[in-house]
Design a protein around this ligand. Structure first.
Ligand SMILES: [Zn+2]
Length: 168
């Protein structure tokens, strides 16, 4: 599966210019979250290392996946299914798990919150997207270290804006 923002037609081609080390794909095994049963998204080991609030000695060598299910407490799990890390074990709150919380970040690199986007006018929302785009262009983002999903936030930001627009 492609990165969420790259596969999102709304995100546009200007995103995801980060150098992406080749991710080791799970070798045809079904990398399903043991808690919710949904398919995980492969995430770089450095993202897990940056996000954990527990000793990194707990990590194993294998690949990790990110669980996007809003109602599932698991954020990362090992591809072999033997290990999980839940929301309480992270240093950062996770947008996918609390996407209605005003004080949770949706853009982790440039600090835009759900509440800020909710409260913004249509024009201000465009400026937020523009700010993120300019930060990306300037190479100022570090999504793989700051965003729990380990990839660009822009698809999430655009999705959130669309959600509020559709809600009127
Ligand atoms: Zn899950």
């Amino acid at each position: 599966m492609l990165d969420a923002c790259c596969s999102n037609p709304l995100a546009g081609a200007e995103t995801c210019e980060l150098p992406a080390p080749a991710l080791q794909r799970p070798a045809r095994q079904m990398a399903l979250c043991s808690s919710c049963g949904e398919k995980g998204k492969p995430v770089q080991t450095q993202t897990v290392k940056a996000m954990l609030a527990v000793s990194l000695r707990a990590m194993t060598d294998g690949e990790y996946l990110f669980c996007r299910t809003p109602t599932c407490p698991v954020v990362y799990f090992s591809a072999d299914g033997n290990q999980t890390f839940v929301v309480e074990q992270l240093r950062e709150r996770v947008y996918q798990k609390e996407s209605q919380a005003d004080d949770v970040l949706v853009c982790y690199c440039f600090h835009h919150t759900v509440g800020e986007i909710r409260a913004a006018s249509a024009q201000a929302r465009l400026l937020i997207v523009e700010d993120i785009n300019q930060g990306i262009q300037a190479g100022q983002c570090a999504c793989e270290l700051r965003n729990p999903q380990g990839s660009c936030c822009l698809g999430n930001v655009r999705g959130l804006i669309k959600q509020y627009e559709n809600a009127g």
